[in-house]
Design a protein around this ligand. Sequence first.
Ligand SMILES: NC(=O)c1ccc[n+]([C@@H]2O[C@H](COP(=O)([O-])OP(=O)(O)OC[C@H]3O[C@@H](n4cnc5c(N)ncnc54)[C@H](O)[C@@H]3O)[C@@H](O)[C@H]2O)c1
Length: 357
Amino acid sequence: MRDFKTILVTGGAGFIGSNLIRYLLSDKSGFTGRIVNLDALTYAGNPDSLADIDKRLGGKRYFFLKADICDRKAVEKAFTDYAIDAVCHLAAESHVDRSILGPEAFIRTNVMGTFTLLDVARIAWKDRSDVLFHHVSTDEVFGSLGDSGFFTETTPYDPRSPYSASKASSDHLVMAYHHTYHLPVTLTNCSNNYGPYQFPEKLVPVMILNMIEDKPLPVYGDGKNIRDWLYVEDHNSAVWTVMQNGVLGQTYNIGGENEWENIKLLDRLIDLVAEESGKSSASLRSLITYVKDRPGHDRRYAIDCSKLKTELGWRQSVTFDEGLRKTVRWYLDNSGWINRVRSGEYRTWMDVNYTQR
Ligand SMILES: NC(=O)c1ccc[n+]([C@@H]2O[C@H](COP(=O)([O-])OP(=O)(O)OC[C@H]3O[C@@H](n4cnc5c(N)ncnc54)[C@H](O)[C@@H]3O)[C@@H](O)[C@H]2O)c1
C-alpha cells in the first residue's frame, strides 16, 4: 500500500476537492500526512468550505496556496517548498453549460493546466518511484449510451461537449506522461457527484435551493436524460483507495450503480425536501418547469465500476436516499455558506483572508 507525506490537492476549494480534503484529514482515511490545497479560487472555489479545517489544522497539516495550475512557476514553487510526493488533481472548469457558452477557459485550465502540472511533476520527481500523480476525471469522456450497456475502462472515448473534450484531452496527457516518461500515474473516471458544498449551479443544489425559495424547478427537454449518481464521500473514498492501491498506469471507473432519469430524481428530491422542511410536496411539484434542452445533451451515462470493486475492494457506503437526505439537510442547515456563495460576499472575505498571506 502506498503512503504519502504531502499530497498536493489541486482544486481543493471546489465541491469534490473540499470534501476530499475533509475526508483525508479525518480518521476515516488513515492518512497522517499533510495536504497542500492549490486553488485559483475561480467563481467555483470557496475557501469558506474549509474554514474549520484551516482553523484547526492550518499551518500544521493543512496549507492553502492561491495559485493557478497554468502558472508554472507557482506550481514549481509548491513542489519545492512542500516536498510534494503525491498529486491529486481535481482543479478544472467543470460546468458543461458554461463550456458551451465559453469553451476557452476549459481548454486553458483542463488541458494546459493539466499539462503544466504533469510537466512540473515529471521534472521535480525525475525517476522516483515512491510518488504518484492521480488524475480525477469524468464518465462524460465516454460519450452517450443508448437504453442499455455500461461504460467500462475500455470503452472508447467519444466526448461530446467542450467540457468532456477538454477532460478527455487531460486524461490522454496523463496516460501519455506515464507511457513516455514513466511518470507514476493513476486515473479515475467518475459519474455525477452530489453532496454538501456543491456550487449552486449543478442540478441537485439548484433544485434544493429553488424549492426552499419557491422558485421554478427547471428541467431540460423531456426530463428523461439518465445519469448515475454517487455521494461525494464515496467518490473520495474510491479516489483514496486507488491512490493507495491502484495499479500504476491504470484507469478505474467509479460509480454509484444508481441510474436515475432527471425527472424521477427530482420527484424523489421533492419528497425529501418536503419531509425535511415541512413544505407541501404538491406545491413543490407545481414548480416543475420544462425548459429548452441543452445542445448536444447526452442521453444516458451508466458506469460499470466492477474493476474497482473486485480488484481493490471498494464499496459505496450510503444508499441514494440516505445521501440525498444528508444533502438536503446540509443545504437547509447551511444558509450562511449558501448566501455567501451567492452574494459574492465570500470573495471579499477571501481577499482579506487569503491573498495577503
Ligand atoms: N462534479 C461532478 O459530478 C464530477 C464528476 C466526475 C468528475 N469530476 C471532476 O472532479 C473535479 C472536481 O469537480 P468539482 O465538481 O469539485 O468542480 P468545482 O467546479 O466545484 O471545483 C473546481 C475547483 O477548481 C478550481 N480551479 C478552476 N480553475 C483553476 C485553475 N486554473 N487553477 C487552479 N484552480 C482552479 C476552482 O477554483 C474550484 O475550486 C473536476 O476535475 C471534474 O472534472 C466532477
